[in-house]
Design a protein around this ligand. Structure first.
Ligand SMILES: [Zn+2]
Length: 110
């Protein structure tokens, strides 16, 4: 899986990087990514399977969305459940990704 160099989340462009050696454990939880809404970056561990990168990227995107909404009270467990759910739904329903692209065409009626 090749990650884009940046990702827009609301009005903020986050620099996106794969980094080796990010993997760690904190409070019995494995850390595979990080994001900083002030420095505008998301980093994902490079040395993990692509399906784990995908879940980790969504995990960090959800943290970024919540940070913009000043919702730092949402638990990491909830962020994890939602990120797994998004990846699962997108994987099982590829037409959903096409739906997002189709909405940007000239016949977008909103
Ligand atoms: Zn987290």
């Amino acid at each position: 899986m090749s990650l884009p160099q940046s990702i827009l989340i609301g009005p903020i462009e986050y620099c996106l990087k794969e980094v080796s050696g990010l993997r760690s454990t904190q409070d019995h939880t494995e850390i595979l990514g990080e994001m900083d809404p002030t420095e505008c970056f998301i980093r994902v561990e490079a040395d993990i399977p692509s399906q784990r990168k995908q879940v980790t990227l969504w995990h960090e995107i959800i943290h970024a969305i919540l940070a913009q909404a000043q919702r730092r009270d949402v638990s990491d467990e909830v962020v994890g459940v939602v990120s797994f759910g998004i990846v699962e739904v997108l994987r099982r329903n590829p037409a959903l990704a096409a739906l997002n692209s189709a909405g940007r065409g000239s016949d977008d009626r909103r």
